[in-house]
Design a protein around this ligand. Structure first.
Ligand code: AMP
Length: 428
């Protein structure tokens, strides 16, 4: 028989990695709590129609699509936003706004596998719906900053504004298809191709010139960059409004007292087509792919049949956060809780050992019961090798005194301890 392997692009997370993943997930959940976001759990399988409605060609062409046994066209979710939009347009329709919704779970895209790019990966997703105000955008950016800092990462935030680019495109009366194609080229930083496409589409000389200058405007002196953007788009009313909106958001973030390493990039575009306002991505020097990204999408809920609802959101890639933590050696803080091995000296004392294990667990202590029937020496050797902290040795002589031997493995110290006070002795 051939050896079974995971399907291409899929991975197993072995205990060490699974533990880090769950740690990051817990940090994301804690961030959600601190910012007032409520968790929702939506299905991994959704109708193809829903998931393809607004995903943008890039994502749509990479979905895992299949027919279920009832002949329904379904797909594995390639993002959370469509599911959240479905809820807001249906079950939550009449609830008071704003909504602050948090999800975490696996996402599926038929991407080309490489470092940091898988076909099954994990995201934490935050959606703030019902507000079009810059403080809502600031909140999403600030919570992203909180999450990155809470896992100990050094990173930079790249920020742009789709409304600036779209403002020019719309004033130039470019159709949606051309706009989206241009945005996709810009997303890939193929600016020359993007400008060529705009020229072919008949954009005015002034429009082209403004865009040519915009795509070169970037830097971490953010208010200087924004001032230059303002000059550049002066003749385009909607683009000028969008630039002012970006300015407001940056001002709020800066005045909130948080220290985020921000780089404004006027030519920054993102793959998903539904963005309408500010967009941003999280980058670390060690990886050339984004750890997270988000932005404002004010028309999405309507497109799913809901009432007009301005919204801003972000998705963080937990796999890539884990990679970055490994690269930045940010894993040290995440201590494993202490574990105790409970080992009976002879077979007849198995039940006593189990009883003691249960007592410790009920007091919140992690216990590995010896289940291999090994001799004491072998069992201790193994516990030592696996860096277990304590061994509780259950022997006849001590049991007569209602006691056991408690051994601190790495330090090679031991003492006889009453079973009654065992948990306290371990914790001390
Ligand atoms: P997006 O929904 O495309 O904005 O993606 C949000 C985040 O999900 C990205 O910034 C990545 O961190 C993560 N991500 C996207 N695609 C993948 C993938 N194929 N493998 C791992 N993480 C991904």
């Amino acid at each position: 028989m051939s050896e079974f392997k995971t399907v291409r692009g899929m991975r197993d997370l072995l205990p060490e990695e699974a533990r880090i993943m769950k740690y990051i997930e817990a940090k994301a959940r804690r961030t959600a709590e601190l910012y007032g976001f409520k968790e929702i759990i939506t299905p991994i399988v959704e109708s193809y129609e829903l998931l393809s409605a607004k995903a943008g060609e890039e994502v749509r062409s990479r979905m895992f699509v299949f027919k279920d046994l009832g002949d329904r066209m379904v797909a594995l979710r390639p993002e959370f936003t469509a599911s959240v939009a479905r809820l807001v347009a249906t079950a939550l329709r009449t609830e008071p706004r704003p909504f602050r919704l948090f999800s975490v779970g696996s996402i599926y895209r038929y991407d080309e596998p490489q470092k940091g790019r898988y076909r099954e990966f994990w995201q934490s997703n935050f959606e703030l719906m019902g507000s079009n105000r810059p403080e809502a955008d600031a909140e999403i950016i600030l919570l992203t900053d909180s999450l990155m800092k809470s896992v100990g990462l050094k990173y930079a935030m790249k920020i742009g504004h789709v409304g600036v680019l779209r403002g020019i495109f719309n004033q130039e009366k470019l159709d949606d298809k051309t706009q989206n194609a241009v945005m996709q080229l810009m997303d890939k930083q193929l600016y020359d191709d993007a400008l060529r496409m705009l020229k072919d589409a008949g954009i005015s000389k002034e429009g082209l010139e403004a865009l040519r200058r915009l795509v070169e405007l970037k830097g971490n002196n953010v208010f200087d960059v924004v001032a230059k953007m303002k000059e550049t788009v002066a003749g385009h009313e909607k683009a000028a409004e969008a630039t002012e909106n970006l300015n407001e958001i940056l001002k709020l973030i800066s005045q909130s007292g948080s220290s985020i390493d921000i780089m404004v990039n006027a030519g920054f575009a993102r793959g998903l087509e539904y963005y309408t306002g500010v967009i941003f991505e999280v980058h670390v020097p060690d990886l050339n792919i984004a750890l997270g990204g988000g932005g404002r999408y004010d028309r999405l809920i309507e497109l799913f049949g809901g009432d007009p609802t301005p919204a801003v959101g972000v998705a963080h890639g937990l796999d890539r956060i884990m990679l970055a933590m490994q690269e930045q050696k940010a894993l040290r803080g995440i201590g494993q809780e202490k574990t105790v091995a409970v080992i009976p000296v002879q077979e007849e004392l198995r039940a006593e050992a189990l009883k003691i294990a249960q007592q410790l667990r009920s007091q919140g202590i992690r216990v590995e019961m010896e289940v291999m029937g090994r001799k004491m020496g072998k069992a201790l050797e193994d516990a030592d090798r696996r860096k277990i902290d304590w061994a509780v040795i259950v022997g006849e002589r001590e049991l007569k005194e209602r006691a056991v031997v408690l051994k601190k493995l790495q330090k090679r110290e031991q003492a006889t301890v009453k079973i009654e006070g065992l948990a306290e002795a371990i914790e001390a």
